[in-house]
Design a protein around this ligand. Structure first.
Ligand SMILES: CSC[C@H]1O[C@@H](n2cnc3c(O)ncnc32)[C@H](O)[C@@H]1O
Ligand SMILES: [Zn+2]
Length: 439
């Protein structure tokens, strides 16, 4: 039955629902009540619903919010400090020393706020983060109003945050306790990578994830060097080692997964893990081209991520969606690989599924929470619009994202940030520039 009243009614020329294999509804409206989608109906029939607020989007697309399945938000403050390097040179000689000089709670809070402003402006509603000083990431997520998955990094070596693996874990659990009641904040366990985490620690992570019902987020098979180094040190490829340690389950979000054999593609699908594909970061660090088409064909769940702003250097999920479609074609020599509708599904529903949100968000469906975005196609860059799915992936830019809602709450309205103050953020960024340069 149709509701007679709702909090917000949104009417749009097109709705990309990400349901029913690429469904696009024309001239439809979505009714939202208490953060949930309560009706989707032709706009001509929506006049019977009294709404506290009616937003007529005109020639715009309404679609699910984008899910950034792999990021290090506060690395915005290190953007542009070390470009054009391979991963281990970048980490060992540039990023880890810079993190050692600067990463504290206030760095992570300010950097995360800056990242969230950028992400909201490109239509991102959920971030799956992985960094240090988790309370700061959680506070930034709450201030921004984004769904925030706070990945608690675990490494064997000391950083400004913790001294050893046990210390990372106990600090993370203590910080997590403070946010257990927050609906939009979820803590995950984030062992950094097979080359920085021991067998013993991986075993502890698996046990803890089951006991506490937590997701695991880890960089895996990012470079050929990582795989070769793993074979030298452990006499098996990292993925085989992680399998033996019990990590390959649907709890695992494996970031990158660039260098995979056919057997490893099948293994990933069989064990139900999710993959966070980061096309820009993989290209910029020359890590390689992930076998995304093979993973999808095998039935694996593949979402998209930006990685950090120091290796991308944009937090632009629309750009990642376009690049995922293009790179799959280059990698396979097959122009039908990752068509536009698949790329949108990866950026939305697949990311939501990876995070255990597949029944709550990730598509426009009655009963789901209203994590939605609007993209304005009435621009010279995207006119005429024959197929909104094509335009969103191949032609639209992030500046065309006009509105963003998380659970029905507006975070971006007519291109303006609602929850965050742009001038304040620019001031914080300038302060950090001065501090970083003075070292
Ligand atoms: C444990 S998460 C934080 C840790 O990871 C570093 N990092 C950022 N991007 C990457 C990447 O692509 N591969 C491996 N490690 C990365 C970041 O600088 C932090 O130290
Ligand atoms: Zn990363």
């Amino acid at each position: 039955m149709l509701p007679t009243h709702c909090d917000t009614l949104i009417s749009a020329r097109w709705i990309i629902t990400v349901e029913h294999d690429g469904e696009v509804l024309e001239n439809h409206s979505v009714a939202i009540e208490k953060g949930h989608i309560v009706a989707i109906l032709p706009t001509a029939a929506a006049a019977g619903i009294a709404a506290d607020e009616h937003i007529d989007l005109g020639q715009q697309v309404l679609m699910p919010g984008l899910v950034n399945l792999h990021g290090h938000s506060s690395m915005t403050l290190l953007r542009g400090l070390a470009d054009d390097k391979a991963l281990m040179d970048w980490l060992n000689n540039h990023i880890w020393p810079a993190e050692g000089r600067h990463v504290r709670d206030d760095f992570v809070f300010d950097g995360s706020l800056l990242a969230m402003a950028e992400m909201i402006r490109c239509g991102t509603t959920t971030i799956n983060d992985m960094y240090f000083f988790h309370g700061a990431v959680a506070r930034a997520g709450l201030a921004a109003g984004m769904r925030t998955f706070v990945g608690c990094s675990i490494l064997e070596f000391p950083t400004n945050y913790a001294n050893n693996a046990d210390d990372y874990i106990s600090k993370a659990l203590a910080e997590r306790r403070e946010y257990l009641g927050e609906e939009l904040v979820t803590f995950t366990l984030a062992p950094h990578a097979p080359y920085t985490v021991s067998d013993d620690t991986f075993r502890k992570v698996v046990t803890l994830a089951e006991e506490e019902d937590m997701l695991i987020h880890c960089h895996i098979h990012e470079t050929a060097d990582e795989v070769e180094g793993g074979v030298r040190e452990h006499h098996q490829r990292p993925l085989a080692r992680l399998k033996a340690l019990g990590l390959l389950t649907p709890r695992l979000i494996a970031a990158h997964m660039v260098h995979l054999s056919e057997e490893e593609v099948a293994l990933a699908a069989r064990h139900g893990l999710s993959i966070a594909h980061n096309p820009s970061s993989n290209m910029k660090l020359a890590s390689g081209i992930a076998p995304v088409k093979a993973l999808l064909d095998a039935g694996a769940n593949v979402g998209l991520g930006t990685d950090g702003a120091a290796s991308n250097n944009k937090l632009d999920m629309l750009a990642e969606t376009r690049l995922a479609a293009l790179l799959a074609k280059v990698g396979t020599g097959d122009p039908t690989a990752v068509p536009a509708a698949t790329a949108i599904r990866m950026a939305t529903l697949n990311g939501a599924r990876a995070l255990g949100l597949g029944e709550r968000t990730g598509s426009v469906r009655v009963g789901k929470e209203a994590d939605l975005i609007a993209i304005d196609l009435a621009r010279v860059e995207t006119a005429p619009a024959f197929d909104p799915v094509s335009h969103v992936v191949y032609a639209a830019g992030r500046e065309q994202v006009s509105h963003v809602w998380v659970k029905g709450r507006p975070l971006l309205k007519a291109h303006r940030l609602v929850t965050l103050d742009e001038q304040d953020l620019l001031g914080r960024a300038e302060d950090w520039r001065n501090r970083i340069l003075s070292h």
